[in-house]
Structure formats: structure tokens, C-alpha cells
Design a binder for this molecule. Sequence first.
Ligand code: MTE
Ligand code: MO
Length: 237
Amino acid sequence: MTDSRDEAESGPPIARRVMFSMLAAGAAGLVAAPYLQGGWEKALGAVSQNDPSGLTGLLPNPSGFRYFSVAGSVPPKDRTNYRLTIDGLVDRPATYTLDALRALPQTRVVGDVECTDGWRVPNTPFEGVLLSHLLDAAGVRPEAKAVRFTCFDGVYSESLTLAQARRSDMLVALKMQDKPLSHPQGGPVRLYAAPMYFYKSAKWLSGISVTDKVIPGYWEEYGYDVDGWLDGADRSV
Ligand SMILES: Nc1nc2c(c(=O)[nH]1)N[C@H]1C(S)=C(S)[C@@H](COP(=O)(O)O)O[C@H]1N2
Ligand SMILES: [Mo]
């Protein structure tokens, strides 16, 4: 897998062509999503000598979760260097350390984890700070309409309308299944948008910016629904 990442960054044109065709596959729609399951590293692994079948990236680990990242590698962050910034259309922009987030009231949300390609881990408990709490603390201005999320992988982004963001099941999560979120799971802090497909739940969350309109996120540029409600979700906001 490490070999394939090196190829992607610096390697021969063939690797770049493969990457580009993966991108085109993603653009073709949700049907192609399982192929992209493992992110670029594992998608490229599909043509590597280590794993000619590419299947390792498609198999769930024993917990039922699958690792997904559109970034080749993401430098881990911990309580010494993690920061979450809230800015944009707010009266009081703020930057939180991990300790500062841990010191705020913690809320538990239990929901189904499910992405567009059908993998599912039901009744998964997450814990963290309500997104609405951070928005209220920052003082959202009247003209604000939406929230944009950015990540310290430097690539991924997501969005919610302000009304969606204020729901009581939208969490800035610090824990999953009663344990601190690990780095592969998007820790130390990720979004958990419980009523929506898991692609809405941005991993490695580093920025929350209040905006005057919805700015489509990473996968939404490739056709994923901006309003990524799960089937059967209570859509009232
Ligand atoms: N930063 C970042 N967040 C992300 C993604 C990503 O590639 N990068 N993938 C999304 C998708 S499509 C899914 S299914 C989940 C996967 O989370 P997991 O790796 O913890 O299972 O994260 C979502 N959030
Ligand atoms: Mo996903």
C-alpha cells in the first residue's frame, strides 16, 4: 500500500492515469462508490503487486467499519497540536483546543452509520459537543444560511444548512463506541451527522465556517446529494 502511495505522488504516468480513471469512476455516480471504498491509497492498491485483486480495501474490518480517506496520508493530531476554528458570519470567532472541547458539556447520540454503498453499523454511540452549542457560543449573524466544514487532511469538506446544523443530532464528536476517536476514524475530532449518510460526517475536523449559502462538499462536487438524509430519517429541522 505504501508503494502505491509513492507512485501516486511522484511515480510513473500509469499511476496517474489509474488515479484519473478512478476519479472519473467516482464522477459517474454512486454506483461506482464501492470501488472507491478504500480511498486513493487502496484504490491504487487494486493494481499493486501486493494485492492484485484490490479486495483488501473493500472488506469490512471486524468491527464492521471501513476506513475511508480521499487523502493519501493524513498526519495525526493530538491534544498538543489539534485546533478547531469557528469563523465566518459569527460575532465571536473562536479556536478550541482538544482540552477545551472536552471541557464543554458532552452529548451522546446513538445512530446508524451507513454510507451510500450499503455498508452499515447500526446503533453506534458517538459522544461530543453539540454543533449548535459551538454555533451559539460563536454568535451566528442573522444573514447566515449554512455551515462549511474543513479538515486537516487538507482535502475534504462538507456542508450543512444552518437549520440542519442546529439539530440536536449533529455532533462535533470526540468519542465513538465509548472510546476516543482514533486517527483512522477521523480523530481526535470528527463531525457526526447522525440522520445523514456517513459521507456527511467529515473526519479530522479542523474548521467550521458559517456562510451565506451552502457550499457543496468534496463528494457533492461529484454528484452526491448535498442533503444526504438517510432513508427514513426524520427530516424536520
Ligand atoms: N476528511 C474526510 N472525511 C470523510 C471522508 C474522507 O475521505 N475524508 N470520507 C467520508 C465517507 S464517504 C465515509 S463513508 C466516512 C468513513 O468514515 P470511516 O473511515 O471512519 O469509516 O467518512 C466520511 N468523512
Ligand atoms: Mo462513504
